[in-house]
Write a protein that binds this ligand. Structure first.
Ligand code: REY
Length: 405
């Protein structure tokens, strides 16, 4: 189990930035160990690339590894800590999908039924099914592409707004659909706004109640909260800093916002510990029946190499041949990675408290190698692209048409 945390390093620059870590263990003979030194290096890189702070937690069959670098609050210099809550963005989608798959288990919903059976007249095409929505195959345009075409002014325009879900669906339907129902993968927040509407229609409760009763309380997630349309993160939290589009412009403190533009597609607050508990429970088969988990894991190709999408669940094939399962999140001020092994025994949650910085996003992706590939990740990282060729960016698809670099 985790022993005392130790300050093990400082980061380039005048200020001593604490890096908290817990010693590594060896891993089983068949599984790669955790590369804690590599993980610390990745977290430090994110700081040099513009993140005020970064942290990660790995839960591996009862052993906990934690590492943190930089600050949770730029105003007072408070160090980033594993106890800090943060906004998890689209990792929310996995929670929403779990609620709906539980409703499938309860025979209240059929994955292959049209959305319009439950929400008559909501969508302009009766062929769009619940499965299409949860797998981003509906063709419903992602309204956030237009909303955040300009990152700071777009954000400030919605920071305090309270939308009803229908408003957001309406924004999407004002644009052409990206594909015929079921014909292609196209990541879109609209899908998970519709998913939230399905939850509310079928249960008669706000999504918040269903997250609480079905996931948060049973798993005793103390840091996981849906406070929409409240703007504050309760308790102890990391502040989030949005990177402006203009190079060199100061970071914008984006911590306080309704996240009403995302709701059931991205408004949950959580912590690294809770995210690991959640994914371990999901992949360990403790949140849905085996049949519904298998539905979530029916993979379709997604944009980006080595990526596939199921239902509210992403699969990433790492460079070492290990596949991991979870979701990513990008909400103003926070980038989150939450992934676990197939059986849920090892889970990683990592966060940087900045966003709109593709370099940081790509760097934080490497926490997955450190967590699941062991030392082999080192060799992969040091491979240099052939002379004259630009390095291939491993680009996270947060929302289509959003350029993160
Ligand atoms: C919203 C814009 C991205 C983020 C999004 N997030 O769809 C969902 C997700 C909930 O996948 C913003 N980017 C940023 C821009 C780009 O404004 N112009 O990076 O903070 O988690």
């Amino acid at each position: 189990m985790a022993s005392a945390r130790v300050v093990v390093g400082a980061v380039a620059g005048a200020v001593l930035l604490p890096l908290l870590a817990v010693p590594a263990h060896a891993g089983s003979p068949t599984e790669p160990g955790v590369d804690l030194a590599g993980l610390r290096g990745v977290l430090r890189s994110a700081l040099t690339q513009g993140a005020p702070g970064s942290m990660a937690r790995i839960d591996d069959g009862g052993t906990v590894y934690q590492a943190a670098a930089g600050v949770a609050d730029r105003a007072n210099g408070r160090a980033m800590s594993d106890a800090d809550r943060f906004r998890i963005g689209s990792v929310t989608k996995t929670f929403t999908a779990v609620v709906l798959l539980q409703l499938v288990d309860e025979k209240k919903l059929s994955l292959d039924a049209p959305v319009n059976r439950y929400l008559p007249g909501l969508l302009p095409d009766d062929r769009i099914t619940v499965r299409h929505v949860l797998g981003h195959r509906s063709g419903l345009y992602d309204y956030t592409n237009d909303m955040f075409a300009k990152s700071v002014s777009g954000f400030e325009a919605v920071r305090k707004k309270v939308f009803v879900p229908q408003d957001l669906v309406k924004l999407s339907l004002g644009r052409a659909r990206t594909n015929a129902p079921g014909m292609a993968y196209s990541y879109s927040n609209t899908n998970f706004v519709v998913a939230g509407m399905l939850v509310e229609k079928l249960t008669g409760n706000p999504v918040r109640t269903e997250y609480e009763n079905r996931i948060i309380k049973p798993l005793k997630l103390r840091d996981t909260l849906y406070v929409h349309p409240g703007m504050k993160i309760p308790g102890r939290f990391a502040r989030g800093y949005l990177t402006p589009d203009q190079a060199g412009a100061p970071l914008v403190d984006a911590t306080e916002q309704t996240v009403s533009w995302a709701q059931s597609a991205g408004a949950l607050i959580s912590s690294t510990r809770d995210l690991n508990t959640f994914l371990s429970a999901l992949l360990g088969g403790r949140l849905t029946s085996a049949t519904q988990l298998a539905q979530m894991e029916r993979w379709m190709p997604a944009s980006g190499s080595g990526q596939a999408y199921g239902l509210g669940l992403r699969r990433r094939d790492l460079s070492c041949g290990v596949s991991v399962y979870g979701h990513t999140g990008a909400v103003q001020g926070f980038y989150t990675y939450a992934f676990a092994s197939k059986d849920g025994k090892r889970a990683l949650a990592a966060v940087a408290n900045t966003s709109n910085n593709g370099t940081v996003l790509n760097t934080m992706l490497r926490t997955l190698d450190s967590a699941f590939c062991g030392k082999t990740a080192k060799t992969v990282k040091s491979v240099k692209p052939p002379r004259g060729k630009a390095p291939v960016e491993r680009h996270e698809d947060v929302a289509p048409a959003l350029t993160l670099d």
